[in-house]
Ligand binder design. Structure first.
Ligand SMILES: [Zn+2]
Length: 146
C-alpha cells in the first residue's frame, strides 16, 4: 500500500464504500473509519454500507496533502519548528562535506536548536553573501577515529 493517499485516483462523480475509498486512497479501512468518526471526512452513515461522496473524498484528500516547504538560501529546515527558519544572527558554521557538497550547521532563529543543511558547493558564494559563515574542518569519519 502506498504511504501517501493518492487523491488523484478519486472520481468526483462516484460514491465510494469504505473498502473502495480505502483502496482508492491507499490507506487502511481503520484509518478511514477514524477520519469519518472524527468528523474530518463527511460520509453518509444513516444506512449500511456507509457511502462517501467522491467530491467529499477528493476535497478531504486534497486538504490532507502536505505542502512541500522549501528553504531559501539563508534558511535551514528546523525539525523542532517543522518549518524553514533563518539562522540565528545569520551566523552559520560550514565545512566541505564532499567534492561537490557543503554542510551547514546553524542555530534556529526561533527555537535556538541546531539545524543542518547540505548544499551544492556552487551555491557557496551566494551563501556567503547572505550568511556569516565560519569555515571549519570537516569532522573525521567515525571509522577512522583513534
Ligand atoms: Zn526551530
Amino acid at each position: 500500500m502506498p504511504k501517501r493517499p493518492n487523491w488523484r485516483a478519486v472520481k468526483i462523480h462516484r460514491n465510494y464504500t469504505m473498502e473502495e475509498a480505502a483502496r482508492a486512497l491507499g490507506v487502511a479501512k481503520g484509518t478511514l473509519a477514524r477520519w469519518i468518526k472524527s468528523g474530518d471526512l463527511p460520509a453518509l452513515t444513516d444506512h449500511r454500507p456507509f457511502l462517501i461522496l467522491g467530491k467529499d473524498l477528493q476535497e478531504f484528500a486534497a486538504r490532507r496533502k502536505k505542502v512541500k516547504q522549501s528553504c531559501n538560501l539563508a534558511e535551514c529546515y528546523c525539525f523542532t519548528c517543522r518549518a524553514p527558519r533563518e539562522a540565528a544572527g545569520k551566523i552559520a558554521d560550514y565545512w566541505q562535506a564532499s567534492a561537490k557538497t557543503g554542510h551547514l550547521e546553524a542555530l534556529c532563529g526561533t527555537c535556538n536548536r541546531l539545524m543542518h543543511k547540505r548544499f551544492s558547493l556552487a551555491c557557496l558564494p551566494e551563501m556567503r553573501a547572505v550568511l556569516d559563515l565560519t569555515i571549519r574542518q570537516a569532522p573525521r569519519p567515525i571509522g577512522k577515529c583513534r
